[in-house]
Structures are given as structure tokens and as C-alpha cells.
Design a protein. Structure first.
Length: 370
């Protein structure tokens, strides 16, 4: 046997119970601590079960927050401040940085000397005269658009703001053949024309409830219903308008642009299209109709033979390829539709729709000629 096997042979017949009986209480506690199985990498166990308890201090009682804060404050006040390695004296060392202004030298071939009379005339010219000279020489960068066109058309300068005399004299002198000197800085004085605020469009004065009453009464004077940009029309009112349009015989144009119409309103519009025989133009652009609601409207068009204009563009989300293909098929099978407002995203449905609209208009012209 090897030496290691021989060393283990002397522990074969050891009596463990006799050894444990001879151990003291401190030795037994140490043995329990050594035999305790711990898993420090198991994050699912509390911290007290992932490491051995190596403290023998008795608990001091519950936590006293006020006493702890008082002790920390006292400890912070008693701690001395750390001395700076280099004390601050406020003395500034070195020279302050001064940026250098580069002086651009004028090439020799551009250095032109004028006659004394021209030099004196340019030096004594007013801002309006310098503006005229700049306009004649085509130096429109020295003036605003209004001044430039005033100088060319009327020959007079009614306003001279935006003309820096120093910049204008130097630029005009260089353009006239005089010596060009680079100005120290751009003029930065050209002012744009004052912005004229455009007033917002007045709100739509149409009364939705009154319009609904007139549609239900089949008022002969009501032929154009325009509810565009009215944000506070309830969905129930929009559905009631579509319901009343089923039996109306006088309204020719219905526009519901930007009325926050959604799929329930689209379903009501689809039912109205299947029963109404008078409406010629329908506009439901800029709403919240999804592909499902738009599909119901397109399929309802197969049962309508009077609507000639349908606009459904600019909805809250992309309608999808399936809806666009159904639109193209509807235009091919519904010759009454002459104008269709929608921006196709796919080339195939776009080409089919354009061809169908052209064919429908040609058929209408042929019927009118007969």
C-alpha cells in the first residue's frame, strides 16, 4: 500500500462517540460551526443563512433612531478637517488668454486704387446712396429684399434700415474698383420683413343638433351638411346623423372631416350608404377610423350607385394593403365613383385605382354625350 493508504489505516477503528463525549462545550460549538453547510451564492436565502454567525455579542435592544443620529452628528463634529495639499491663496498665475484676431491680407491683384474724387465721393455718400450703388452693382447681400427691389424699380430708397454704413461703404468701394478691406465682423443688421400674423379660421358655426333635426325632417333647403372641425360632437350624435341620412332625399353632400369619428361611426356610415339613394359626396378624412371600419365602408359601396365622390384619407393609422386592394377592386366594380380621395402606399393598388377612376369618368362623358 502507498504511504497515504497507510496513514488512513490508523483512523479505521476510531470510536467517534468516545471522542465526542470527551469534547468540551466550546469545542462542540466550534465543531458545529465547521460542519454547518452554507451556500453564499444562493441569492434566494436571507443573508443570515448564507454565511456563518461569527458574532457572540448580545443584542443591545431595539433601534433608537434619535440616538443613532445624535451619535453620528457628534462623530462628524469631532472629526477634524483634512488639510489641503496645496492651500488656496487666490493668486492667479500665468497670463490671461487673449484670442488673436487674424488679419486677412488682400491679394495683390485685388488691390485697386481709385482716383481721389471717387474716394471722396464714396466717403461722403449717405446710406441711401450706398444702397443705390449696391443695388446697381448687384450686391444684394448688403440690403434686404425690399430695399433691393425698391432700388431697382423706383430708383429711391424709402427705408435705410439694415444698411451698415461702414460695411456698405467698404463693400461698395471694393465692387467699384477701390481697395477692398475686410471688415472686422459681419454686418448682422439686415432685418427681415415684419411677420404679419394670419388669423385662425373661424370655428365652424354649424349647430349639430339643429342639423340633425333638419335631416330627420327631410328639409328641402338642406343640401350641404358641413360638420368639419367640430371636435365636441358626441359619437351618438354622429351615429344619429347617419341614421337619419338613410331616409333623407335632399342632402347631396355630407362632410365629417376632423370630427373624431371612429369605427362605430364608420359602421353607421356603411349602413347609411347601403340605403341612401340621394347622397353624391361623402368626406370623412382626418378621423380615427381603423382598417376594420374602413373595410365596412368600402364594402358598402358595392350596394350604392349614387355616390360619385368619396374621400377617406389621413386616418389615425395606416389602413394596410388589404384595405387598399379592396379600394381598388371597389373602384373597378363601381362605375359611379368619379373622385376618390386617398393616398395609396402601394404601387399596385395605386395604378389600378387611377385606371379605374379614368375609366369611370370616360364612361360618364360617353353617357352624357348620348
Amino acid at each position: 500500500m502507498t504511504s497515504y493508504r497507510q496513514e488512513l489505516e490508523k483512523y479505521r477503528d476510531i470510536d467517534e462517540d468516545k471522542i465526542l463525549q470527551e469534547l468540551s462545550a466550546e469545542e462542540l460549538a466550534q465543531l458545529d460551526l465547521e460542519l454547518l453547510e452554507m451556500d453564499p451564492e444562493n441569492v434566494m436565502l436571507p443573508a443570515g443563512l448564507r454565511q456563518r454567525d461569527q458574532t457572540h455579542k448580545s443584542p443591545t435592544g431595539p433601534l433608537d433612531r434619535a440616538a443613532l443620529l445624535q451619535h453620528l452628528e457628534k462623530q462628524a463634529l469631532e472629526a477634524g478637517e483634512r488639510d489641503d495639499l496645496v492651500p488656496f491663496t487666490g493668486e492667479k498665475r500665468g497670463k490671461p488668454f487673449v484670442p488673436k484676431t487674424p488679419v486677412q491680407e488682400v491679394p495683390r491683384e485685388e488691390q485697386v486704387t481709385l482716383e481721389p474724387e471717387l474716394e471722396e465721393a464714396l466717403a461722403n455718400a449717405t446710406e441711401a446712396e450706398m444702397c443705390d450703388i449696391a443695388a446697381i452693382l448687384g450686391m444684394y447681400t448688403l440690403m434686404s429684399n425690399k430695399q433691393y427691389y425698391d432700388a431697382l424699380c423706383s430708383g429711391t430708397i424709402s427705408n435705410t434700415e439694415g444698411i451698415n454704413s461702414e460695411w456698405g461703404q467698404r463693400g461698395a468701394a471694393g465692387a467699384a474698383g477701390g481697395p477692398r478691406r475686410t471688415p472686422p465682423s459681419p454686418p448682422g443688421v439686415v432685418k427681415p420683413d415684419k411677420y404679419k400674423p394670419v388669423p385662425d379660421e373661424p370655428p365652424n358655426p354649424t349647430d349639430a343638433q339643429e342639423t340633425l333635426r333638419r335631416i330627420r325632417a327631410d328639409d328641402g333647403a338642406l343640401q350641404d351638411v358641413n360638420l368639419n372641425n367640430i371636435k365636441d360632437i358626441p359619437i351618438s350624435t354622429l351615429k344619429d346623423i347617419c341614421e337619419a341620412m338613410k331616409t333623407n332625399t335632399h342632402v347631396r353632400r355630407l362632410s365629417l372631416v376632423a370630427t373624431r369619428s371612429n369605427d362605430p361611426v364608420a359602421a353607421a356610415v356603411a349602413e347609411m350608404l347601403m340605403e341612401n339613394k340621394t347622397l353624391q359626396s361623402l368626406n370623412i378624412e382626418s378621423n380615427f377610423i381603423t382598417s376594420a371600419g374602413m373595410m365596412s365602408i368600402i364594402k358598402a359601396m358595392y350596394k350604392n350607385s349614387t355616390l360619385s365622390e368619396l374621400r377617406v384619407d389621413n386616418q389615425c393609422q395606416r389602413l394596410g394593403d388589404t384595405v387598399e386592394m379592396e379600394m381598388a377592386t371597389m373602384l373597378e366594380q363601381c362605375p359611379s365613383v368619379l373622385r376618390f380621395g386617398y393616398h395609396f402606399t402601394q404601387q399596385g393598388p395605386r395604378a389600378r385605382a387611377a385606371s379605374a377612376i379614368t375609366r369611370n369618368n370616360e364612361l360618364r362623358e360617353c353617357r352624357g354625350a348620348r
